[in-house]
Structure formats: structure tokens, C-alpha cells
Design a protein around this ligand. Structure first.
Ligand SMILES: *Cc1c(COP(=O)(O)O)cnc(C)c1O
Length: 390
């Protein structure tokens, strides 16, 4: 991929990722498996570049939402990593998954029976994770179904390998859900023990996403499923505050232990002088109040830079903050560089990331638009190239 062909690009920092991995490894200990959750095109980081980098950093277990994500991860993966589908896979695709040693969540009897049939066809065991309903009320095997689950598993013999028993919490990032999550943790324990008594044993008990790992250490169990925080982001501000408060031990300079992996960069496309009293771009959204210098940047709402950042967004040029003036277009932004000296066509523009001593964090980017970290990230277009940097 020739960098020069693209209007902007994304950089992934290997050292930042390593930093986040070592943070989690201190938290979970050596015996717990870290599965890297890479749904949503690895939270916008790009599966095809992220997976090989993660493998080089020692990751060998990945979790995706769907069979399609699993196929992409399989293609990107350069060695014997395991891939686990947490969500959508059609019964028709189960044989493909089994052939490729991909494990998948089972949250209904229909899928469980289909898994047995597919395994018999392929002549290889299906590796399943029993996803238990504990109070999320979205996906999950109800308690009333478990006796039938047990008998299907018994009958299936070698066709099924129960790789995991798992659940997912309904918002471990917010104290507002504390009662609900606590009930879920208890419920999971009860159901797990009941299954164990029936002779259903699993290699991994796993329930924790980033927020649960950080806020409820008892949910760590045998494996954690870490999405957002491996990329250096806190699930929300509450989790960040809670962590910092409990771990700073009064140290004033206690720093955020996570590092942002991703940066988003472009270049100044063109520069123009505009007199006072003129409108910039479409319509009458921005009127110049003095003679102004305007730079055009080849990024727009088609790249995930929302129209709601019109007259509000900020980018970095020459280590200074340049405000967006006028409407965000499909492929273009206009920014005011009147007060930034010596800007030239081709100069680096940072949309997310650091430039000299200024930084645009994702939080500053998403707070301007009231979007969650998650949403801003996954909107980064998959067609922009990703590069690994140190
Ligand atoms: C997305 C997801 C995760 C990871 O969540 P983060 O908040 O990004 O850490 C874990 N488990 C399941 C089932 C998920 O869907």
C-alpha cells in the first residue's frame, strides 16, 4: 500500500500496546488467558494489521463478533492463534468454523444441536462456549434449559468440547448497574457449579470485559475478554476515576497507566487567504471576522469526522490547535490557521494523537461530539491504511 495514495492514515503504536498488555498482565496474573477482542474491525484499529502486531506481542487468543470477523482474523493471523466467535454465526457456517478450529458461543439449544450435527459431518469436535443467561437478558442459555443442555452434551460425546462457560455483564463500567452486575456474578457462580455437578466441565470460565476486569476483580476467573482497554482507552470516565482513586495511594502525579495505540494523521491539502466578512465553504455557517488563512484538510464525514464537529472540531498543525471553521464536508474540512505561523501545503495534520507538546485524545475528540469512545473508533473507515510504528 502506497501511503501517498491515501488522504489520511492511521498509525498503531506497538510500544503503547505492549504497555497496555503488561498493565493487564499485572492485573490478571500469569495463569489467566487474555483474549483480545477484535470486533468492529478491532475497534477501528484494523484487523489485518492489528492481529499480526498483537501476535508479535504475545497474544494468541482472539475474540470476534461474527463468522465474518473470524474469517478476517484467520486470514490476518500468522501463526496458531485461537479464534472465538462470541456472537453471530449461522448454523450453515458451523461446519466451516469446526473445520478451522474456531470456537463459538452457544446461547440456544438450536445452535447446540446444530453444532453436534455439524461436528458429526466434519468428523471433528465442535469447540463450544456455553453462554449462560445471568441477567443481561440479551443472549444466553436460561437456567430452565440447562438440563437439556447437559443431556445433549452427554449424548454428543466426543462431538462437543466444552471449551468455556461464560456470561457477559450488563454494564460493569457504571456504578448505576452495581446491583445488577453483582447479582449476575452470583448467578453465574450458581449455574457454573450446577453444571459442574452434572459433570459439565470447561477449560475456561470467562465473564470479564475491560470494565469488569478493572472494577470487579472477582470476575477475572480463567480468561478475560479485553476490548477497548487494550487499545489504551477506559470504558468510561467513571472506571478511570475509580481506578485512579483506588490505585494512586495519594500520589499526586500518578499517571494514566494505559496508552493510546492509535493515531490518525493527514496532511494540509491547500491553503487560501480569505478577507474579512466572507463565508467559508457551503452556506453561511462561518463568517470570517478578519482576514483569515484557511487550510483545507482531506478528511470529512465519510471518514468518520462527524458533521457535528462543524465549527467545533480541532486538529493539530505545527504543534498548535487549529479550529474547524465552516461545515464538515464529505471529504474535506476547513480549518483556521491564521495564528499558526509558517504552515505549508503537505504539513502533517493530527486528528487523533500527539504533535509536539499538544495532544488530541480520543476523549477530547469524542467529547466534542458526545460520542462514546467505542462509537468514534469503529467509525474510522476500514479503507484507510494502518501502519505499525514503535
Ligand atoms: C465487546 C465484548 C467484550 C469486550 O468489551 P470491552 O468493553 O471493549 O472490553 C467482551 N465480551 C463480549 C461478549 C463482548 O461483546
Amino acid at each position: 500500500m502506497l501511503k501517498e495514495l491515501y488522504p489520511s492514515h492511521i498509525e498503531l503504536s506497538r510500544s503503547a500496546f505492549e504497555n497496555n498488555l503488561s498493565f493487564f498482565s499485572d492485573l490478571i496474573g500469569e495463569d489467566v488467558v487474555f483474549t483480545s477482542v477484535i470486533k468492529g474491525n478491532a475497534y477501528g484499529h484494523g484487523i489485518s494489521r492489528f492481529v499480526p502486531m498483537a501476535e508479535q506481542c504475545g497474544i494468541s487468543h482472539f475474540a470476534v463478533f461474527s463468522a465474518e470477523g473470524a474469517a478476517e482474523a484467520l486470514k490476518a493471523s500468522s501463526r496458531e492463534s485461537h479464534i472465538m466467535i462470541m456472537g453471530m454465526i449461522s448454523n450453515e457456517a458451523l461446519e466451516w468454523a469446526i473445520e478451522n478450529d474456531i470456537s463459538f458461543f452457544v446461547f440456544e439449544l438450536d445452535r447446540l444441536r446444530a453444532a453436534v450435527r455439524s461436528s458429526e459431518k466434519v468428523g471433528k469436535p465442535a469447540r463450544i462456549h456455553l453462554h449462560l443467561e445471568t441477567g443481561m437478558n440479551r443472549l444466553g442459555l436460561e437456567k430452565s434449559r440447562l438440563p437439556e443442555v447437559v443431556s445433549i452434551i452427554e449424548e454428543a460425546g466426543d462431538s462437543l468440547v466444552v471449551e468455556g462457560i461464560c456470561t457477559h455483564y450488563a454494564g460493569a463500567e457504571s456504578v448505576g448497574n452495581h446491583v445488577r452486575v453483582t447479582h449476575q456474578i452470583e448467578r453465574f457462580g450458581e449455574l457454573f457449579h450446577w453444571l459442574e455437578e452434572q459433570g459439565v466441565k470447561a477449560k475456561y470460565r470467562h465473564t470479564a470485559c475491560s470494565a469488569a476486569t478493572l472494577n470487579y476483580p472477582e470476575t477475572i476467573m480463567d480468561m478475560v475478554r479485553i476490548g477497548i482497554s487494550q487499545f489504551g482507552f477506559w470504558p468510561n470516565r467513571e472506571t478511570y476515576m475509580y481506578y485512579m482513586k483506588n490505585n494512586s495511594n495519594g500520589r499526586k502525579r500518578f499517571k494514566d497507566p494505559l496508552k493510546r495505540v492509535l493515531s490518525w494523521k493527514s496532511k494540509v491539502m491547500s491553503i487560501k487567504q480569505v478577507e474579512a466578512g466572507k463565508f467559508i465553504g457551503y452556506g453561511n455557517v462561518y463568517l470570517t471576522s478578519r482576514d483569515q488563512t484557511i487550510a483545507t484538510i482531506p478528511i470529512g464525514y465519510s471518514h468518520g469526522f462527524g458533521r457535528n464537529l462543524t465549527n467545533v472540531g480541532i486538529v493539530l498543525i505545527n504543534g498548535e490547535r487549529a479550529p474547524v471553521v465552516g461545515l464538515v464536508n464529505m471529504n474535506l474540512l476547513t480549518v483556521d490557521i491564521t495564528d499558526i505561523p509558517d504552515v505549508k501545503k503537505g504539513d502533517e495534520v493530527v486528528i487523533i494523537g500527539r504533535q509536539q507538546d499538544q495532544e488530541m485524545t480520543l476523549a477530547s475528540f469524542s467529547e466534542m461530539t458526545n460520542n462514546m469512545n467505542y462509537e468514534v473508533l469503529v467509525r474510522l473507515p476500514s479503507r484507510l491504511p494502518r501502519y505499525i510504528v514503535d
